[in-house]
Design a protein around this ligand. Structure first.
Ligand code: T46
Length: 135
């Protein structure tokens, strides 16, 4: 994982405040057709989430409020970053292990997903993930 892939969303702010629009099928800021949107919020203090990879699913994670720390691991390299901007999306490709830590109390993590929910797409065992990416 040589580089984190960020997507910058234009802020359509004015003196009333800010607005970000994610349009599907227009400028293709998000490099897949979005089939699902979910958001993670009210994460209890000290709780970490994720700890899995996806076989096929690609996602873009945007912290629309607060912040959390994202760890991405492609089996060769482990990198981490703070998600703390509503105008920056982090692309999470398939076959990348992810962990989310240090959620602020006000964190709302919005995720755009390329596929519908499918539990069979998850690899929740790190040893199995490593076996698959190094096979
Ligand atoms: C990911 C990270 C960033 C559903 O029923 N539908 C859904 O679309 C999702 C995302 C989850 N669920 C159910 C499955 C579990 O019973 O909601 C429960 C919590 O899901 P999970 O434990 O997988 O949550 P996280 O925060 O560990 O992971 C989630 C996504 O599942 C995952 O794809 O990449 O956020």
């Amino acid at each position: 994982m040589s580089q984190l892939k960020w997507i910058d969303f234009q802020s359509l702010g004015d003196d009333r405040g800010s607005l970000v629009a994610v349009e599907i099928g227009m400028e293709k800021a998000v490099p897949f057709d979005i089939k699902r949107v979910y958001y993670i919020f009210h994460t209890a203090e000290g709780v970490s989430r994720g700890f899995h990879a996806h076989k096929v699913l690609k996602q873009v994670a945007i912290c629309v409020a607060g912040k959390c720390r994202m760890v991405l691991d492609d089996g060769e390299e482990r990198v981490e970053t703070w998600l703390d901007s509503p105008t920056k999306g982090l692309l999470i490709e398939d076959m990348v292990w992810r962990e989310m830590h240090d959620f602020s109390e006000d964190c709302v993590l919005l995720v755009l997903a390329s596929e519908h929910y499918d539990e069979s797409d998850y690899i929740r065992d790190y040893e199995e993930f490593i076996r698959r990416v190094t096979a």
